[in-house]
Design a protein around this ligand. Sequence first.
Ligand SMILES: [Zn+2]
Length: 383
Amino acid sequence: MQTLTLRCTLRPTPEQVRALEATVELFAEGCNHALRVAKERGEFRRFRLHHLVYRDLRALGLSANLAVQVIARVGRRKGSRAKFYRPTSCTFDQRTLSLRLKDETISLTTVRGRMLILMKLGNYQRELLNRAKSIQGGVLTKGAKGKWYIHLHLRVETPEPLGGGGKVVGVDLGQKALATLSTGLQFSGGPLRGKRLHYLRKRAEVRSKLDRPSERTKGLKHLWERLRGREARFVNHTLHTLAKRIVDSLEPGDTLAIEDLTGLKDHTTKRGKRERYLHNLWPYARFRFFVEYKAALKGIKVVAVDPHHTSQECPRCGHVAKENRRSQALFRCTACGFQHNADWVAAHNIARRAGSMGMGRCKPARILRVSSFHHLPLESLRL
Ligand SMILES: [Zn+2]
């Protein structure tokens, strides 16, 4: 059983928008009042704070449930660091939030009463909502351009990673080929590379104009923001799709081995600016996060292994040499002559390091870190 956060877009009517606005405003007002009192009294413990402000919050017009949520938000360790709460969000619990899946609506208790609001769902969200054992409330947020979202906290039944039974599959991340699996499956990096170069040029263009004060218009700033947003959405979408297709190719009980690249960024200083930009095109941490939670939902274990020399080691005889890698694409062992696609060799070595029985010599597994779904920052999850 795991808890995860699913973001859904809402489609409120104009009247409902006014009710939502009024709710987040009152909620923020309540938070700011509780914060003031907490600071004056130097008291951020939830239970104590409750006694100090509950009556005031109810007098403000907040329902009992919302008052409790206000206290929960301010009365926590992080609360003392807050300066001010802006009217952009509001927390609902199981009594003030419920879903009706058959007509894809959500029911929220606002300050203007219970509202039945339409949701905009994709297939993935539908699937998760149908699988959810329960919904533990959620957070209503107001995004840019007046969009409204609900971040639902779901309890989802997930198969326990079996481990041992299934196969171990390695994945090598790269530029030309975005990802190569030791099963032979490969995903081309062409579209991502081309598109990001396009954005790189576009941004440089706008940047140079922004640097000249005479041309720094509002429209140009908007264009800059739009470009950044578009690029971020494109990269996110690509990573999601890739992660999904990798996980789709595996079975429950399998183990996916991935390079632990978290410390590798500094080794790229010799590259040119363009190269570096493309190298950083792998938002590795985000990709790994996507892979890990998709894998967890399917009962697939993800392990991170030592990435050193994965592309230089011969899968047949174990000989490690720079010269083994003849070119970007070709691996040929200088000791035994073994020859194969270089990306596949890397993926194979990654799988073997995670403990699979490869061909030829088998080293003991050097697993650096077994990643667990529970440690992930679920708040940032977007599906
Ligand atoms: Zn060899």
